[in-house]
Write a protein that binds this ligand. Structure first.
Ligand code: PEP
Ligand code: MG
Length: 757
């Protein structure tokens, strides 16, 4: 049943449809448009103002003096029209002259008219101009009329773009925004500096056609898009045990609520009734909701609006068939990627040479996407609220995560300061590079082993580039994450062999598959169990032992690749010592299989365990005699010790690695390992931070496996450190912890001349 608003909008849209299809010039079209609107709304005046050279210029009018066309101009924010454009908001007044911003323009002859309603003409969320109507009677326009005006304004945006008027107008609109540089604060996830063009991971759909030729066909399109979107959300929710696409359970629940919201689909249907295309109807409803939300101005609702925006964009992408992410499109050579959140596999799809930086609305330090970005050497800033409102697609952005900030559309002084800092950073990097061949020895003569974490073939280059002692953690699942299908044993073997070849005589520790948690493999069926807590679920070694076909193939690939040389292999997420026994037996079984066939075997196999589940610390007396080395995964260990999901952005800054809880726990492990003479390393992200690494060395750690770019700063820190001096001081702090351990350790570092950087 069409409502009053849909029928009045439909009447106008029908008229506009013909105008848009006609061959007349832009000005003639606008003249016809104001006439159609004025007649349909029985309005005495209808005018269109467009942005030109930063000013709103009267382009067409019916009812005001024609001599004012192209003469009357208002600055952004000036008068009623300027206010509407600046605030991208509607004004509906029964007595225009009473509004504080009213600016009288005698050339228009508008003193005859009292009531006034104006709506912004919006494209890409920016006002290109203003459409307004005026009446002699002092009465406000009703909601139905305003609604119709807004729908018409949307179509006008298309007409203006197609008529070539938008170029100038849009450029002016962009310029108006370009003039306002913005600083966005966030959480430093991967340290670095970058500059380039903003690219949305999920590009916004630009609506090409707004007026429908066939309303029923549009209704059908939107109906099937809704069905598809609901299916997608249902699947995402049910596979959320693997945190697909980095989306969080809570967001998925909100998506689900909106996706099934009858009110939303009904409003879109009504907009289609008024004559809009499916795309335009979705956008129209979204615009309306956005404006309402802004009026309510409630931060909680604003957050929900974000979810609805995401979902509307998803619906638009489905309906318009524009489904790919920016990774599948032509990227600029200097892309700064903007996303709400990403999964590690999604990030790996991007061309490393073109991706210069990432800004996320969410994100946390130890989420795997962050680890992947670190491995790719791409600076990443997280927890940037409103990033997609503040930075438009194509905006020029400076990213300086060491300052926890991004600058959109920077002013010249900001860019100059950035360039100066970049030069200093590059100089510092050169100084670190000079440490490449210098061994990391403390001032009192302890040689610390500094290895790197790796996961892709190219990462191996970091070994020589940074002068590391080996690869302390090779995350074998990365190969699985970047593949569209399950990598075959042969290709696993090829990768491992090439890594060993490239590492030469430096050791490489391969960690067996750690999938699950936030590392989802879309092609791997993991059963129908829905996990509420995937990080604590069926992942890593648990999955590998149960699905031993996968693990056997990997073990064989490792044994074959290391034929004739030493193989170091370690198992992730061991919670009890028997799991190590089973994993080792599985590898040994494969070794026997190869031996029976007289294949070339590794000269020696070193077996290690990762300690990342706290329970294992209570079984060290059972475990340590069985293993050749222990590696502490502080990323997982921290999340389990604190019961704080490592990929939950809300907890990203809540707990500190330098808390007494972590340091005391680690010191206990170091002491136990020492008693059994088992070498112990730290391979979590913690070890790559100078202050944290200082504390680790202070409690007795002498092996670190860290992200490659941290090797230089960590070596410099080690070389400035007197271990014998700081150890008793750190022990004393741990006996009686101060309220702020980080501050106390910083002070200790400064007092002892430790280079923290
Ligand atoms: C860890 O948990 O600390 C670790 C090194 O492994 P990952 O980050 O791959 O889980
Ligand atoms: Mg781990």
């Amino acid at each position: 049943m069409p409502t009053a608003s849909t029928s009045s909008a439909r009447e106008i849209l029908r008229g506009l449809h013909d105008v848009m299809a006609s061959r007349s010039g832009a000005q003639a079209k606008l003249n016809k448009v104001v006439k159609i609107i004025a007649e349909a709304m029985a309005s005495e005046v209808c005018s269109i103002y467009l942005l030109r050279d930063g000013c709103l210029e009267l382009f067409a009018t019916l009812g005001l003096n024609q001599s004012a066309v192209h003469v009357t101009k208002l600055a952004l924010g000036e008068g009623l029209v300027g206010t509407i454009a600046e605030q991208v908001a509607v004004l509906n007044l029964d007595e225009a002259s009473r509004h504080p911003e009213f600016a009288y323009r005698p050339e228009t002859g508008e003193e005859l008219f009292h009531s006034f309603a104006g709506v912004p003409i919006v494209r890409r969320e920016r006002a290109l101009g203003v459409l307004c109507v005026q009446h002699a009677d002092p009465r406000p326009y009703d909601a139905v009329e305003i609604e119709a005006l807004q729908t018409v304004a949307m179509v006008l945006a298309e007409l203006i773009a197609n008529a070539g008027l938008a170029d100038k107008a849009a450029a002016a609109a962009a310029a108006a925004r370009d003039a306002s540089p913005a600083r966005l604060a966030g959480l430093k996830l991967v340290v670095g500096m970058a500059k380039g063009q903003a690219v949305y991971h999920q590009p916004r759909v630009l609506i090409e056609h707004t007026v429908a030729d066939d309303t029923e066909a549009e209704r059908h399109r939107v109906y099937s898009a809704f069905r598809k979107m609901r299916e997608q959300i249902d699947t995402m929710t049910s596979v959320a045990e693997f945190g697909t696409a980095g989306e969080h359970q809570e967001i998925l629940q909100t998506y689900k609520m909106f996706a099934y919201d009858e009110g939303w689909s009904r409003r879109i249907n009504e907009a289609i009734d008024s004559g809009l295309t499916a795309e335009a109807a979705i956008e129209r409803v979204q615009q309306r909701t956005r404006m309402r939300m802004r009026e309510i101005n409630d931060p909680l609702l604003q957050e929900r609006m974000h979810d609805l925006d995401d979902l509307a964009n998803r619906l638009l992408r489905i309906v318009s068939g524009q489904l790919g992410t920016a990774a599948q499109m032509a990227l600029p050579h200097d892309a700064i990627l903007i996303a709400r959140n990403l999964g590690p596999a999604e990030l790996l799809e991007y061309d490393r040479r073109k991706l210069k930086g990432v800004i996320l609305e969410e994100g946390s330090l130890t989420a795997h996407v962050t680890i992947v970005a670190r491995a790719m050497g791409v600076p990443m800033l997280g927890r940037v609220r409103d990033v997609r409102r503040m930075i438009g697609e194509g905006d020029y952005v400076l990213l300086d995560t060491s300052d926890s900030a991004a600058f959109a559309r920077p002013s010249a002084p900001i860019e100059d300061a950035f360039t100066a800092k970049l030069t200093t950073t590059q100089k510092r990097r050169a100084e670190f590079a000079a440490l490449r061949d210098v061994p990391p020895v403390t001032k009192d003569g302890t040689r610390i082993t500094v290895m790197v974490n790796a996961g892709l073939r190219d990462d191996v280059e970091a070994l020589s580039a940074y002068g590391a002692d080996g690869i302390g953690l090779f995350r074998t699942e990365f190969q699985f994450l970047v593949s569209a299908t399950l990598p075959r044993r042969e290709s696993q073997q090829r990768l491992y062999r090439s890594v060993l070849d490239a590492a030469g005589d430096k050791p490489v520790i391969f960690r067996t598959l750690d999938i699950g948690g936030d590392k989802a493999l879309p092609y791997l069926e993991v059963g129908d169990a829905i996990e509420e807590n995937p990080a604590m679920g069926w992942r890593a070694l648990r999955l590998s032992l149960d699905r031993d076909v996968l693990m056997k193939a990997q073990a064989r690939a490792l044994l074959e690749a290391a034929g004739g040389r030493e193989l170091s292999v370690m198992f992730p997420m061991i919670s009890e010592a028997w799991e190590f026994d089973e994993a080792r037996a599985l590898v040994e079984g494969q070794r026997q299989w190869l031996a029976d066939r007289r294949k070339l075997l590794p000269s020696h196999i070193r077996y290690g365990a990762m300690l990342e589940v706290p329970s294992l610390a209570e079984e060290l007396d059972i475990l340590l005699p069985k293993i050749d080395f222990l590696s502490i995964g502080t990323n997982d260990l921290t999340q389990f010790l604190f019961a704080a999901d490592r990929s939950n952005p809300r907890l990203a800054e809540r707990y500190d690695w330098l808390s007494p809880a972590i340091l005391r726990f680690l010191r206990r492990i170091v002491l136990a390992a020492g008693e059994h003479e088992v070498p112990v390393a730290v391979c979590g992200e913690m070890g790559g931070r100078t202050l944290e690494a200082m504390a680790l060395i202070g409690i007795g750690i002498s092996r670190l496996s860290i992200t490659p770019v941290a090797v230089g700063p960590i070596k410099a820190m080690i070389r400035s450190l007197d271990r014998a001096r700081i150890t008793p001081e750190i022990n004393a702090l741990l006996e009686k912890p101060p309220a702020n351990m980080r501050a106390a350790l910083s002070e200790l570092a400064e007092r002892n001349g430790v280079s923290i950087g």
